[in-house]
Design a protein around this ligand. Structure first.
Ligand SMILES: Nc1ncnc2c1ncn2[C@@H]1O[C@H](COP(=O)(O)OP(=O)(O)OP(=O)(O)O)[C@@H](O)[C@H]1O
Ligand SMILES: Cc1ncc(C[n+]2csc(CCOP(=O)(O)O)c2C)c(N)n1
Ligand SMILES: [Mg+2]
Length: 312
């Protein structure tokens, strides 16, 4: 029997429920929409054991808040469900919560409460529910149209470096604490900046499974193709990763950079550039993700179970 994989389970469950896959769920109220997400993080699967507890807490909050913000909702609060090994100490928890709180403060989300379990047989696990509210447009993975531009926030490649490090790869650098700090924050835009341009945009997704796979998800959901002309590679990735593997690492193993990838019509180019985002390519007719030299980008990224591998 083949082992179960995240992509197979998500496809099965969403088709059973008739759910259209997206970054977060939307409940339309009268003038506003409530946007809700849940994401899970377990030490040894989603949280590198070498992360200081404050960064692990921050990472968990940012990962869930990211899905709400990318949809054009203002984050309001998070609920934190925690399963802690009985060997953990209160100092660890204090630091972990400092990380959750600092992420909440930056993105405007209060910690509303949660649930706790302590067990002698588990690793640290945290499930974070993030709640936000949107006035005006809600962005989806679908909506991109041929001829539009594709842009990305921040730089790509920090998580590729940490992944290479954790898989025992040889690095041509000595990544310091500032790398882990920046990794913990992800490459999300500031909420005010993002909410300030959202009405100009036609679709969006956050990079939580790798740049290539995120581009595929957006393209497939919108029924279009994408051509990538440029990549804003992080200086740390250029320094640490071997040159011949750099582009592949950035495309296929950047699953925790949390960049926002989004599309918009040409008329919005100037406003988008003002935010500091980089225009990386164009939406095309047809299907697939391609580089400007015509090479097809592989449909490969982070899949729970096998790890970085092709999407079924
Ligand atoms: N167990 C589940 N039950 C119901 N729906 C699910 C389940 N798991 C995933 N989904 C739905 O599948 C879609 C894709 O979820 P997925 O977790 O892959 O995306 P994401 O949260 O954007 O990515 P990431 O978890 O990497 O941040 C979403 O619409 C989500 O609500
Ligand atoms: C111990 C350890 N091994 C691997 C990774 C890499 N990693 C974990 S989750 C994820 C993407 C999103 O996952 P999900 O789709 O489940 O939200 C990536 C790239 C890590 N951070 N820690
Ligand atoms: Mg998820």
């Amino acid at each position: 029997m083949p082992e179960l994989r995240e992509d197979v389970v998500v496809d099965k469950v969403t088709s059973l429920l008739g759910l259209r896959k997206d970054d977060a769920a939307v409940l339309s109220l009268e003038e506003t929409s409530l946007v809700v997400n849940v994401d899970s993080f377990e030490s040894g699967i989603h949280l590198y054991p070498f992360l200081p507890p404050r960064i692990a807490g921050r990472r968990a909050a940012v990962g869930s808040i990211s899905d709400v913000l990318v949809k054009g909702a203002k984050p309001l609060g998070i609920l934190v469900s925690l399963r802690v090994p009985s060997t953990a100490d209160l100092g660890f928890l204090e630091e972990f919560y400092r990380g959750l709180l600092e992420a909440g403060t930056r993105f405007g989300a209060r910690i509303l409460g949660g649930d706790t379990d302590v067990s002698s047989t588990c690793y640290l696990r945290v499930d974070v529910v993030a709640i936000g509210v949107s006035r005006g447009k809600v962005l989806h993975r679908w909506g991109a149209k041929p001829g539009e531009l594709v842009a990305i926030t921040g730089r790509v490649g920090i998580s590729s470096v940490l992944y290479a490090l954790s898989s025992g790869g040889a690095l041509s650098c000595n990544p310091g604490n500032s790398l882990v700090e920046e990794y913990g924050w992800g490459q999300l835009p500031e909420p005010a900046t993002w909410l300030g341009i959202k009405e100009l945009l036609t679709s969006a997704i956050d990079n939580s499974d790798g740049l290539a796979l995120s581009l595929y998800y957006l393209a497939e959901s919108s029924g279009v193709g994408i051509v990538v002309e440029e990549l804003p590679v992080h200086a740390v990735a250029k320094e640490c990763l071997p040159r011949e593997r750099l582009v592949d690492a950035v495309l296929y193993a950047s699953g925790e950079d949390y960049n926002f990838i989004f599309t918009f019509p040409e008329e919005a180019e100037e406003e988008v550039r003002k935010t500091g985002a980089t225009i990386i390519g164009r939406v095309t007719e047809g299907e697939g993700v391609f580089l400007s030299d015509g090479r097809r980008v592989e449909r490969k990224g982070w899949i729970g179970g096998p790890g970085y591998s092709p999407r079924l």
